[in-house]
Design a protein around this ligand. Structure first.
Ligand SMILES: *Cc1c(COP(=O)(O)O)cnc(C)c1O
Length: 394
């Protein structure tokens, strides 16, 4: 047994989150793709069966009230809130991240002073955010300026209406400085919109503490909500009266069953709702969030950093020098919960890793991406992944 195997065993034995893994449906595969699709929490199938057979099958229309379907978007939003540092009443669940980026960014521009004619967007963003920002800019008559997060402070001016940033870069795993960038956006008088897809559930976000204006995120990555589970939208309490949604549907009306011809917005985060919620996936998500009961996000962050540190150490020890190069920052303050390794034949290497039971993913053109979900990945998994990577590269 190598020294690293022994260390992995000791780290697993001391891990306060080790017991959470039992709550997931997993097998002998080392699953390092929870940053793309989180694993299945074991209580979800039973809940979905109950929702389908009893709530829908037998209670039918009564479930909108009696099973709490109608209020699910805000109830589940309040369940996500503590994970991203938000007090209750500021998050609604529904629609996809892409759609919520659209709502948030257009609403941000509408909140900003009318003479501000520029939107800044993270030039390294996950593509969908960029596409939507381009359309939002065109629709609102603003100019879109793509800049890297590091360039944002220098690009801000009294012309900036809103800034759309990713908290963690989906490709490199770089964590951006949300507190200081938000402060810079505010100092320039602009509105800050953050995409939390790769940070929520992996590290503390502190939305309220850092005064973030609007935020969006998905629930199928580190929140394990299942394929296509609904996303969420955060609207800071003080801005809710000014949140003017570009998609005002009957679900965000002050009196949805009044069936009035004229739109009058509801108060609170409800304004972020649009149409009838996707109840089946929403209630699967609600069940999935129960794995967080009693879990501190600070403990998740500490384990996440320990896992990624250990992976980098094992890779350095096992993989021949120069064969891969980490593009994930070494500094903890700049690292999310994944490690991205640049590698010449990355697509082929990932295929062979998956064949050998180590599942990460490949990001075009040359990145091997490994996501570390602290709720169910252990240190022995990390050591094995690095060892198999070395075998594949040899
Ligand atoms: C995963 C991800 C998305 C996905 O958007 P969907 O609308 O759910 O497909 C968007 N933005 C970022 C930054 C992501 O990481």
């Amino acid at each position: 047994m190598s020294e690293l195997t022994t260390r992995a065993g000791a780290l697993d034995a001391a891990d306060e989150l080790a017991g959470v893994r039992k709550q997931f449906v997993l097998d002998e595969v080392v699953y390092l793709d929870g940053n793309s699709l989180g694993a299945l929490p074991a209580n979800v199938p039973g809940r979905v069966e109950d929702v389908v057979l009893r709530q829908w099958g037998r209670m039918r229309i009564r479930s909108w009230d009696e099973s709490g379907w109608w209020t699910a978007p805000e109830r589940i939003g309040d369940k996500i809130a503590p994970l991203v540092g938000a007090a209750p009443g500021q998050i609604v669940v529904g629609d996809s991240t892409s759609v919520n980026v659209f709502k948030a960014l257009v609403a941000a521009v509408r909140m900003a002073d009318a003479d501000r004619d520029e939107i800044l967007v993270d030039a390294t963003t996950f593509p969908t955010d960029g596409y939507i920002a381009e359309s939002a800019a065109r629709m609102t008559g603003r100019t879109l300026q793509p800049v890297t997060p590091a360039e944002v402070p220098g690009a801000l001016s009294d012309r900036t209406a809103a800034v759309l940033l990713n908290h963690v870069d989906y490709r490199s795993g770089r964590l951006h400085d949300l507190p200081s960038l938000t402060a810079a956006v505010h100092a320039a008088g602009a509105v800050a919109v953050w995409d939390l897809c790769h940070s929520a559930g992996a590290l503390p976000v502190g939305l309220d503490e850092h005064g973030v204006d609007l935020a969006v995120g998905c629930t199928y990555k580190y929140l394990n909500g299942g394929p296509g589970s609904p996303a969420y939208l955060y609207v800071r309490r003080e801005l809710q009266d000014r949140f003017d949604s570009p998609l005002p549907g009957w679900n965000s009306h002050a009196e949805p069953f009044g069936m009035r011809p004229a739109f009058e917005p509801a108060s609170g985060a409800l304004r972020g709702r649009v149409g009838t919620p996707d109840i089946l996936s929403m209630l699967a998500l609600e069940a999935a969030l129960e794995v967080w009961d009693g879990v501190r996000i600070e403990a998740v962050r500490a384990k996440s950093l320990a896992l990624t540190d250990f992976f980098l150490e094992c890779v350095a020890a096992y993989v021949p020098e120069g064969r891969v190069e980490s593009v994930t920052p070494v500094a903890h303050s700049e690292r999310g919960s994944q490690v991205a390794l640049r590698c010449d034949d990355a697509g082929d290497v990932m295929k062979r890793l998956i064949e050998r039971g180590v599942v990460g993913d490949f990001r075009h053109p040359d990145v091997l991406r490994f996501g570390f979900t602290p709720l169910y990945v252990g240190f022995a998994d990390v050591e094995r992944a690095a060892r198999v990577l070395c075998e594949v590269l040899r």
